[in-house]
Design a protein around this ligand. Structure first.
Ligand code: FMN
Length: 188
């Protein structure tokens, strides 16, 4: 059984350390997880005025989530919360009212920061948002990655063995979480 995982990178930066982290996670993940990035950079700012007629980028976002059996959020911390681009994408996907794309979807959050708390506050904020959206979140393990220069190469190779082992274990737990949730809440 292969599980289709859609993943979000919360950063729009061309030099994003969270994009490097996403590459590392994909490399270290169990083989039966298949990853597709769900882009967030082309979405306009959400307004309820769009509810009757979503633009193509927002339709594509909702279609991509619908095609995913699980979601992985890899995000930086911006001013002790999640970046606006990610929040905007979540707001789009949660609407129109009654068509919340996150309902019952297995999900996990992780992030990297150059700061010592490794996106802990951002992840708490994201967890609150995803709770309201009724995503089925993995609560443990948590993963707050303190990024130091060279920790992950451009190809997603993790240069510190202990970090690589931790991230591999995190992804194995994610796979188990996805399997458990989908057992009781199957998705197409
Ligand atoms: C607008 C802005 C706000 C930031 N706020 C925080 C913060 O609250 N906590 C933190 O640890 N790092 C913060 N940083 C530093 C980020 O950890 C750092 O820029 C990191 O590289 C962002 O992830 P990215 O490379 O994936 O974009 C902030 C950076 C920016 C640009």
């Amino acid at each position: 059984m292969v599980y289709k995982v859609g993943y979000f990178v919360g950063s729009l930066s061309s030099r994003s350390i969270n994009r490097l982290l996403s590459k590392a996670l994909i490399r270290l993940a169990p083989e039966d997880l298949e990853f597709t990035e769900i882009p967030i950079g082309d979405l306009p700012l959400y307004s309820p005025d769009y509810d009757a007629d979503f633009p193509p980028s927002a339709v594509a976002l909702k279609d991509a989530i619908a095609a995913s059996q699980a979601l992985l959020f890899v995000t930086p911390e911006y001013n002790r919360s999640i970046p606006g681009a990610l929040k905007n994408a979540i707001d789009w996907a949660s609407r129109p009212w009654g068509q919340n794309s996150f309902d019952h979807v297995p999900a996990a959050v992780i992030g990297a920061s150059i700061g010592g708390i490794g996106t802990a506050v951002s992840q708490q904020s994201l967890r609150g948002v995803l709770s309201f959206c009724n995503a089925r979140q993995m609560t443990a393990p948590e993963a707050y990655i303190h990024f130091t220069p060279g920790l992950i190469t451009e190809d997603g190779d993790v240069t510190m063995e202990s970090t690589a082992a931790f991230l591999a274990a995190y992804m194995e737990e994610f796979r188990l979480h996805v399997e458990r949730v989908l057992t009781v809440l199957p998705r197409g």
